[in-house]
Write a protein that binds this ligand. Sequence first.
Ligand SMILES: Nc1ncnc2c1ncn2[C@@H]1O[C@H](COP(=O)(O)OP(=O)(O)O)[C@@H](O)[C@H]1O
Ligand SMILES: [Mg+2]
Length: 333
Amino acid sequence: MEKNNQKLLQIDELKTYFYTLDGVVRAVDGVSLAIKPGETLGLVGESGSGKSVTAHSVLRLLPPKTSKIVQGQIRFRRRDTSAEIDLANVDPHGDLIRSIRGNEIAMIFQEPMTSLSPVFTVGHQIIEAIRLHQGSSAQEARQKAIDMLQAVGLGMADQLVDEYPHRLSGGQRQRAMIAMALSCRPSLLIADEPTTALDVTVQAQILDLMNSLKERFNMAIWIITHNLGVVAEMADRVAVMYMGRVVESGDVRTIFHQPLHPYTVGLLQSIPKMGAQIKNRLAPIPGSVPDPFSIPAGCAFRTRCPAIAAHCQAEAPMLEVEPGHYVRCCLYA
Ligand SMILES: Nc1ncnc2c1ncn2[C@@H]1O[C@H](COP(=O)(O)OP(=O)(O)O)[C@@H](O)[C@H]1O
Ligand SMILES: [Mg+2]
């Protein structure tokens, strides 16, 4: 058995920068977060806060010429040996990361066609993934693919296996992508805005599906979303990200009931309230996300913060305000 304090993934002080013609984008600027085996971590924050770049750093899926991991560690515990490797330090094109990607860490995206190819049948793609990672025979792999399509709730899986992705509905495609991701039994599933493109009913079904598959396959889920409703539905713990940094983290109840960072408070207030007048439904955080070339010095949120204090010009340290509840805000220093 895993020890309770043993982490599956531990990211420490990660910095990932882009080098563009307009200057350096500090997309991830000192992120630390950890995921235990079997747990669901929700990473939330507005668009542009660096969530996807953090995930792409882990899988080393960043554009090679224009980006760089400039600092930090990404420690990942291997499935069979329990050995820990630092993914920040592996060759992004080497065999090691290839054997981890899709095999021990799988990723699903907002747009299923990012991972499903339009020119192959759904089954072909799952079968290839199974054969590549598990070395099964063609016959075995086909049966495993059908089983997997059934496991994600697709009816008539023995027929769907021979269909092309464009013949499926949006929800069915999302299920097929999940089937492909899970066919290699990853210990970590990274889901980056997996339901953002789906309508509300299908969204709820996919979240339910992921919750039940997590139990069944005993994996950890890292769910990335701008939608706090999705986090409430899925996560055990939550990390809130703003401008390339985690500003608050804690268990899901604490974050929803006792948020401390003014940014978290603002995000929670902007959740649409059921039954409220359309006009009064959203209380968005005032102002907009600063552009990535002019991140304010000190606390990056201070240009929008309703609780601005003089010492916000200095960088706020991450404080553990109570066990397991961390906040990066000078109000609590
Ligand atoms: N390939 C890239 N080149 C330059 N900047 C990028 C690139 N990808 C992302 N960024 C920038 O990095 C920041 C974080 O982006 P991202 O991680 O996609 O945000 P999120 O997923 O939270 O919406 C943004 O300012 C974005 O413009
Ligand atoms: Mg994103």
